[in-house]
Design a protein around this ligand. Structure first.
Ligand code: SF4
Ligand code: SF4
Length: 183
């Protein structure tokens, strides 16, 4: 007590006096009444959210949200329609797109993307390190053939950072296509 500043000490003495004054039978009942009112108000709000208000959570994974079409979620490169132009990698602010391509043999069969763009380079590597990606969407915006898109897939959590580096020429990654990419 002696450690208290004079003001705090005065407040403490005043509160103690007030408490002693209130510790009458009337004050005791008033305390009980105020406790009941206070708990009732709290429980009213709780039960209103339990029964009356619309739930804001879902029973995931039994119930799954469908993200809006324009969501910027997991990236997918439909590599058959990629012309290796590097525009996505150039636009990426965090440099997490890695592309390797070689010039196509002049004698090789002429091939085009589905929108008719000639493919003059052979794509050898197309990797995105999604652990670095910030889902800004710049890479998809500049893609001339629109083969690089954000999907609405959000279930790609991984136990290791290495598993978040996607090789879009690998069979297992290409197998996503049917599940997550809409034509
Ligand atoms: S969404 Fe943004 S950060 Fe991610 S790969 Fe594309 S440009 Fe890079
Ligand atoms: S911008 Fe599109 S076409 Fe060009 S390299 Fe990237 S994904 Fe391929």
């Amino acid at each position: 007590m002696s450690q208290l500043t004079p003001d705090l000490h005065a407040n403490y003495a005043e509160n103690a006096k007030k408490y002693e004054e209130e510790l009458t039978l009337k004050g005791w009942f008033r305390n009980i009444y105020q406790t009941i009112v206070s708990v009732s108000k709290g429980m009213f709000i709780t039960f209103r959210y339990v029964w009356a208000e619309k739930a804001v959570t879902i029973e995931y994974p039994e119930v799954r949200e469908v993200l809006p079409e324009n969501s910027r979620s997991r990236l997918f490169n439909d590599a058959e329609n990629c012309i290796s132009c590097l525009q996505c990698a150039t636009a990426c602010p965090v440099d997490c797109i890695y592309i390797t391509a070689t010039r196509r043999d002049k004698e090789a069969e002429k091939i085009k993307t589905k929108d008719g763009t000639p493919i003059r380079l052979d794509l050898k590597q197309y990797t995105i390190d999604t652990a670095l990606c910030m889902y800004c969407g710049l890479c998809t915006t500049v893609c001339p053939t629109q083969c690089l898109t954000h999907t609405t897939d959000y279930e790609f959590a991984s136990y290791t950072v290495d598993n978040m580096k996607y090789d879009y020429l690998a069979d297992d990654v290409r197998a996503w296509r049917d599940r997550i990419v809409k034509d």
